[in-house]
Design a binder for this molecule. Sequence first.
Ligand code: EPZ
Length: 417
Amino acid sequence: MDKIQINGGRKLRGEVNISGAKNAALPLIASAILVNGKTCFTNVPDLMDIKSIKLLLEDLGATCKSSKGSLEVDGSHIHKIEAEYDLVRKMRASILVLGPLVARFGHAKVSMPGGCAIGARPVNMHLSGLEALGAEISMDHGYIEAKANRLIGNEIYFDTPTVTGTENLMMAASLAKGTSILRNAAREPEIVALADALNGMGARISGAGTAIIFIEGVDSLSSSDIAIIPDRIETGTFMVAAAATGGDILIKDCEPDHVGSIISKLKSTGTEVQTYQNSIRVIGKEIIHSVDIKTVPYPGFPTDMQAQFMALMTIADGNSVIHESIFENRFIHANELLRLGADISISNGNLAMVRGVEKLQGAPVMASDLRASASLVIAGLVAEGTTVISRVYHMDRGYEAIEKKFSQLDADIVRIK
Ligand code: EPZ
């Protein structure tokens, strides 16, 4: 298994280009199942998770043709409605094929996605939403089965905002008979991107980006060209890395409007942030002020940036309280940061007290999940000496060529095969 080796202490300098968003690409590629024809995607990131969803769609009978940064999916010959355990277990987001399959074919069997390191990751809201649209849901030997002659529009109220739950039901409702209303819907930019793409295919969706989404069902959707939006979490990751190293970088091909809460928090630490049309300049300062964060649904501070921000707070000039309110076990990276000399204590599972220290010391550490690995890279960039991160396959799921991008920013970072 690959490792990443970092010799810390260098300030990041230069320019970096942001890739297409993993969490936008996954639902968008799944939406191609709804179309009896070709859907073309551009600005597709080169990630393990994208390879996984392509394998899943090909197993269903779709054809996927990809070339540098673009992907064409032809859903005309889908002949299978079962997403098998072996493919689903590799990526939880596979649950996103459930809504499109039952909407277009009236039948779907998808393996229960199971949990992951950060939490149980239940899908009860996906299932109760599909039931509200008239699907008959059953569980059988680890598989979810959904059946419906035709989904019927209805009103759906989410107990809490769910990103893929909102996406699954927006896709399902697009082909239902009649109108659906999703209340307490997630408001992430990826939801807006999916609604825009579905409308480009002929769907009739309004309100995406707010807590109430209206979907007027249509009989079919047609081919369309879709550009994947920039990855706001990759953007935030580089912003925090520049702040932590006291560097000065220009982040290009990004969408500043999607990272407002991260910009606001970084400015509170004393970091200088200048925003332009599609780029952001981040200038780190000698002193990093400690700030408290609480992760909440968009447009609040994103849970996917919590681990990265914790790394920054380990070398801040005071104490920071980090409240992880979305997932029940998303502090695994804290134990690894302690190995680098950080001073962190966790209480009742979702509160972390981070006491800033003068400096971190490099050491061997282990990645446990996608964003935890990004946190360890940031810590390694500032630690004195050498940090070696193992299990970087977690990183490769969601960051395209991360070590190449950081070395372009003058970091001393290499991948060890
Ligand atoms: C999406 O996961 C993202 N993944 C996650 O990014 C992200 O952390 C998460 O949203 C929150 O922003 C993709 O978009 C592919 P949720 P998702 O449903 O949709 C509970 C990354 O690092 N819940 O919004 O699975 C759930 O347990 C990944 O890129 C239910 O209880 O998250 C959680 O506590 C990690 N029942 C909360 O809601 C349900 O049916 C929010 O989860 C669904 C969710």
